[in-house]
Design a protein around this ligand. Sequence first.
Ligand SMILES: [Ca+2]
Length: 497
Amino acid sequence: MRFFKRMLGLTLSAALGVTCLAAGAPTAAAAGTEEKIKVACVGDSITAGSGDVNWPSYLQEMLGDGYEVKNFGLGGAAVRLLKNDGTRDPFWQDSTQYRESKEYGADIVIFMMGTNDGGANNYQHIDEYYKNDFKTLVQPYLDAGSKLYIATSPHAYSMLMSDVRNVNERIRQMQIELAEELDVPLVDMNTMTADMPECFPDGLHGNSGGYMVIAAGFYEQVFNSPNGALVETTIQTAPGARVAMGRNLRIADENGEVKFKSMPGTYEVEVLLDGYKRLTDTVEHTQSTTLQYTLEAGDLVVSAGKPATASSTQSGHTPDKAFDGQTDGDASRWESEAKDPSWLYVDLEAPTAITGVRLYWEAAYASAYEIQVSDDAETWTTMVKVTDGAGGLVQHDFEQEITARYVRIYGTRRATIFAYSIYEMQVLAAAGGETPGTDPGETPDDKPGETPDDNPSETPNDEPEVPQTGAAFPMMAAGCAALGAVCTVVTMRRKEN
Ligand SMILES: [Ca+2]
């Protein structure tokens, strides 16, 4: 069997994202003081968020120490000031959040409220009250000299007993008109959060990814976007892979495409190779940046999800748990009965060239064991013999690759009075090595003598220039590829410039 290394290019495409305002936000210098710029985020439960998961806190993280971002979100808040019976609804107007948002003395107020006005009870009166009550609520901020930004409500994907078009069409339109009538900048968050239902799992509220998108949108449009342009970048990666920018986790679709918006700057990139190996990288990203990562020998796990058999099982910790891809957690381990010897093997389902085995021991580990291979699960060849095992995470690299179908750990002495317990056993193959299911038609572009590179290699500016209309639109993509390996971009975090 031959082995080769392989680099896959990443497909990039870019499209203009949201058009937005060239609004001149105050800067620390413009403020003329050493004090922090105060940012008040006013809204409903979508602003309040859940615990630490809320967009104002993400915005604070993006903006850094020069700013103080406060969350004045209140669950259930609506613009409406009158109830159906004509009496005043004190809920928002009399709330602590509203009062404190006015007393805060914000330099910048981001006002995003309207989703709860899309509910049937309120919405039937929307034309009567929304604009007037909205103006009543935001007038104190304007009177105090705050720079007010009106945001359309985030995209509604589903609403109990109501039509999402209430929010996405009529109320959005009214919010746009309000910005014009009040002569304040608009941030069209409704559009910026469209087409990402996975980020708004209950139909209205963001998960961390959804709130990251909202924070990034305000970051761009309120604070950091003199050109007012966002770029949508497509990352091509393994189908189902998770890709993140900051905390903006996205799931690759069935074609392996992930889209998110990127910004110029310095990025810290963290990539997870095949579920265990982390590579980090610092990248100066300006126009067009493509990162490629190459796996080394032993980086490819070929045993995940394969059928497993053990000498015994205890308490539901079945053999398959040691091959479920999870390397920790009580629900993810195999446990034998408390006796010597005990064994566990995996069926790779075809003869496979393997280079070693990685073990994630639970506290009940083996002090003596062997790693064995077999073609028939009857006759076993010992590849590694351990007599002083210490548990934990241990990788056994074979002296030379061997082709086998079955791989077994054969425990001969327990380190404790308890059983043998393994969170995960990973059978390793050479990166890029042919594995069952590999398309034989693919041509390896191996360079003989190429040295495996432990560090991620950067190949900047090898993508076509992005069509531009004035501003420079940055593109960035990161990913990695090896046949059969799962490569995940864990974070692409933009550092402060
Ligand atoms: Ca496991």
